[in-house]
Design a protein around this ligand. Structure first.
Ligand SMILES: Cc1cc2nc3c(=O)[nH]c(=O)nc-3n(C[C@H](O)[C@H](O)[C@H](O)COP(=O)(O)OP(=O)(O)OC[C@H]3O[C@@H](n4cnc5c(N)ncnc54)[C@H](O)[C@@H]3O)c2cc1C
Length: 371
């Protein structure tokens, strides 16, 4: 297996910045992206037509570290910015491995093995540039765990009952958008809206849209106390999700459990995101728990990743940058003391992190070619 100088996880501004630097420095690299597009995180999270600002935080100085990734001063809409980035990928000859979802890192004698859902890569260095939006795991048992986390295309669900999981605005939005699409297509198949609690939490505007959908004939069925249980592969090889819909005690510890099973491709989970602390924990990277004396930005009890001044984690050769280390992290100073450092989640800070981490990797590779 080829050993790359660096494996970069996530093709957002931070990860793409690293790849551009790797090309410029003659380092071999792989850029892994779980989505199908460069800047997938931005494509997924920015509202259509949103202006992109080239904000430089107050305590930092310009210029923008990699000019080609700088949003224009005229605050271009996100579609134009992403089109510019597509052109930049082609111009720099950046290779991106799409649909490659990072899962784990194993330590080896001379570097790391990086595992994705379907592949493994060997590298001397790794940059974690997966941003801050880590989907919450449904926590189901079984082999099939892939869940569609968002509504990419309403047409995929026309003609099929669909399960939407989640109790907040995002789930409610998906339910009403999908219901309208089904009505427009004359499709009577239901949308099951499942939530593990007994009450939904949506704001007025979203509730109004949803109410309108129901009044206009949307086939929406509500499942309260619906708990995702098992991800299984059926006899025909279809990935399915089994949810428990009711639990009736029959006495003496016996329960009658009822459930429903949906093909995974018709499950949309809007159950929110979390920071990357659980991944750092899984990778055994050192974190510091915020207490009053240490943190001013991180809330009490939050676990912040420990980095050196070059964005290197407690494991030599693993770096973390961008949204993955925002809004603050702990920097271990030369004297050995710890300091919480504010890190605004901006395109500028992600690209600057890429520059700092890659400069350090290049330096270490030159000083010790086996690093
Ligand atoms: C609505 C909104 C508006 C914003 N507006 C601005 C603005 O105007 N100006 C500005 O400077 N900043 C803005 N920001 C912030 C800016 O988008 C982020 O700071 C920036 O995108 C962070 O870059 P990143 O590379 O660290 O992470 P991301 O952009 O999140 O990129 C991470 C990439 O990693 C991929 N990924 C995640 N997990 C995995 C995995 N397991 N395996 C492989 N790939 C993975 C994701 O798909 C994604 O493509 C905005 C943010 C939001 C949410």
């Amino acid at each position: 297996m080829q050993i790359y100088d660096v494996v970069i996880i996530g093709a957002g501004p931070g990860g793409l910045g690293c790849a551009i630097k790797a090309v410029a420095s003659g380092l071999s690299y792989v850029l892994l992206e779980k989505g199908q597009n460069v800047f997938q995180g931005i494509v997924d999270s920015y509202p259509r037509g949103k202006k992109v600002y080239p904000t430089i935080p107050k305590n930092s100085k310009g210029p923008f570290p990699i000019t080609d990734l700088e949003p224009s001063a005229s605050n271009e809409p996100v579609e134009e910015y992403v089109a510019k980035i597509d052109a930049c990928v082609a111009q720099h000859g950046i290779d991106i491995a799409f649909n490659e979802e990072f899962q784990d890192i194993a330590m080896e004698k001379d570097g790391f093995t990086i595992l994705t859902k379907g592949n493994r890569y060997a590298a001397r260095n790794v940059v974690l540039a997966f941003g801050s939006n880590i989907p919450i795991d449904l926590g189901v048992y079984g082999e099939a765990k892939t869940i569609a986390r968002k509504l990419d295309n309403t047409e995929e669900h026309i003609g099929a009952p669909t399960l939407v999981l989640g109790g907040g605005n995002a789930a409610a939005d998906v339910v009403s958008t999908l219901s309208k699409a089904k009505r427009d297509a004359g499709d009577q198949t239901p949308i099951y809206w499942g939530h593990r609690k007994e009450q939904f939490k949506v704001n007025k505007e979203v509730a109004r849209d949803l109410g309108e959908e129901i009044l206009l004939g949307g086939n929406i069925k509500i499942l309260l106390r619906a708990i995702p249980k098992i991800g299984e592969v059926d006899e025909e090889g279809v990935d399915r999700l089994l949810i428990q819909t009711s639990e009736i005690p029959l006495g003496k510890g016996v329960e009658l459990q009822q459930g429903m099973s949906f093909p995974m491709k018709h499950v949309i989970a809007c159950i929110g995101t979390q920071g990357p602390a659980p991944i750092y924990e899984q990778l055994r990277l050192q974190m510091i728990t915020c207490t009053e004396g240490i943190c001013r930005i991180g809330r009490e009890g939050a676990r912040l990743i420990l980095l050196d001044a070059n964005c290197q984690t407690s494991i030599k050769g693993i770096y973390a940058i961008g949204g993955a280390i925002s809004p603050s992290h702990i920097v271990v100073e030369e004297k050995g003391s710890f300091q919480e450092v504010k890190h605004p989640n901006l395109i500028f800070t992600a690209v600057r992190g890429a520059q700092i981490a890659m400069d350090d990797i290049v330096k270490r590779m030159r000083d010790q070619p086996s690093a």
